[in-house]
Design a protein around this ligand. Structure first.
Ligand code: ARG
Length: 462
């Protein structure tokens, strides 16, 4: 098959090179962005009189037909035309003749692919945001139903202080909020239209870049043609933001995996979101969570693929940059897939409140409150801390909890203890008392939910 550049060449491309060079197997997913960009470019060429108006109209009609046929599954792309850009141009020329050959006037595949990727990433950021927002809504819903569900909070995976399941879920909602903001910042920072950069040095034709910008819905046009074709910062920013998001989802998954174990048994996954074992009849495994945790590595890998691919290439376009696509696509696909299973898995998961309560009653998670009790009676905190440490040591020796000690026993450690100590170390009191901003008290978590719900309603996309 004669290449577009056959004029310059005396031989056909080696078959292995042909396959090696070709990106159509993966960049075919940019067909819509490619055609949309070409339509705006053709309209501009016609408006500026760079090509005849009739030819511009013909190109746009031709491109519309190709788009419809691709979506109807009627078009087969060919490796011989290397990538989506040349495939579309080839099909267009087959269909409308000479006018098709004028489409590439004042354009290069270098600014064309830069445009396609930006359009695609912009679209996908909106789609991913929607998935995150859905997950945030599920977290808020669960938090509302678990304002009083006391559970142990941990540090070093040791029972530490009482929180509620609602409070815990809102921690993740706040992480997701930052993920949304990071994606929005990425979108805002990449909203520059690169067409007109040409191969690297722009063009001598009297193009109207701002018209194309408006047609395609960008905020700005790129400010330097060399940078316009070389910039993939937004791909790095996107995969960095997605890596952080996956790190959050992975931590969340890790918690659920622990909580599903018999050692915790805080939650039970719905049968539809668990898997069994081929040999052990009793097994119910949290495979979804393990896969989310595992797939986090892929997305980190995608980020590093991009950073490494970009670090050594001089300006302007180099073919290395074709490698941006699979990394970006993989990160986007992986994140969407993970969120789409994680949200319904979470919403259908059973919360085993009694088991959380049982765990909360063991492990002295009210010890800080016991020390605070003495402090509020006038004892310096360090002395109170030491006194309660001795009480805890006694309880450990006698296999008791703080609530099991008699007032006499308390009094042997300090005269400040009165009957109201039992109320003070009751887990409900401990949780309700932590009503400062950020704390686990039900009224405070309700406020936290309202903040997130407001954010969600302001950042929801249709
Ligand atoms: N398929 C190429 C890519 O994805 C398009 C740009 C090719 N440009 C070039 N000068 N070979 O990067």
């Amino acid at each position: 098959m004669a290449k577009l550049w056959a004029g310059r060449f005396g031989k056909e491309t080696d078959l292995e090179v042909n396959d090696f060079n070709s990106s159509i197997s993966f960049d075919c997913r940019l067909y819509k962005e490619d055609i949309t960009g070409s339509m705006a470019h053709a309209a501009m060429l016609g408006k500026q009189g760079i090509i005849a108006k009739e030819e511009s109209d013909k190109i746009i009609e031709g491109l519309k037909g190709i788009l419809a046929d691709i979506e109807a599954g009627k078009i087969h792309f060919s490796q011989d035309y290397e990538d989506i850009h040349m495939n579309v141009e080839q099909i267009l020329t087959e269909r409308i003749g000479d006018a098709g050959k004028r489409l590439h006037t004042a354009r290069s595949r270098n600014d064309q692919v830069a445009l396609d990727m930006r359009l695609y990433v912009k679209k996908e950021i909106v789609a991913i945001k929607k998935e995150i927002i859905d997950f945030m809504e599920a977290l808020c819903e669960s938090a509302k139903n678990n304002l009083e569900t006391v559970m142990p909070g941990y540090t070093h995976l040791q029972r530490a202080q009482p929180v509620t399941f609602g409070h815990y879920m809102m921690a993740y909602a706040n992480m997701m909020r930052r993920d949304v903001i990071r994606l929005e910042n990425c979108l805002e920072g990449m909203d520059d239209m690169p067409l007109g950069s040409g191969a690297l040095a722009s063009t001598t034709y009297p193009i109207d870049r701002d018209f194309v910008r408006q047609q395609l819905g960008f905020a700005r046009v790129t400010n330097n043609s060399l940078d316009g074709v070389s910039d993939r910062d937004y791909c790095v920013e996107l995969t960095a933001a997605l890596s952080i998001l996956m790190m959050h989802l992975s931590r969340f998954s890790e918690e659920i995996i622990s909580w599903c174990s018999w050692e915790f048994k805080f939650v039970e996954l719905d049968d539809a979101f668990s898997t069994g074992s081929s040999i052990m009849p009793q097994k119910k495994n949290p495979d979804v969570c393990e896969l989310v945790r595992g797939k986090t590595g892929r997305v980190y890998g995608d980020l590093f693929t991009l950073l490494t691919m970009l670090k050594g290439i001089p300006l302007a376009y180099n073919k290395d940059m074709q490698e941006d696509k699979e990394a970006v696509f993989d990160a986007i696909d992986t994140v969407k897939q993970c969120l789409r299973v994680l949200t319904p898995m979470f919403s259908t998961m059973q919360i085993l409140k009694d088991n959380m309560k049982k765990a909360a009653l063991k492990g002295f998670i009210n010890a800080t409150d016991c020390a605070d009790y003495l402090t509020k009676k006038g004892m310096p905190f360090r002395d109170a801390y030491k006194t309660v440490g001795q009480l805890v040591a006694q309880c450990v020796r006698e296999d008791k909890s703080l609530a099991d000690l008699t007032l006499e026993e308390y009094k042997t450690h300090s005269d400040a203890f009165e009957n109201d100590v039992y109320e003070a170390i009751d887990l409900k009191t401990c949780v309700r008392g932590r009503k400062v901003i950020g704390g686990p008290a039900p009224e405070e978590v309700t406020r936290q939910i309202l903040v997130i719900e407001k954010f969600v309603s302001e950042h929801e996309t249709v």
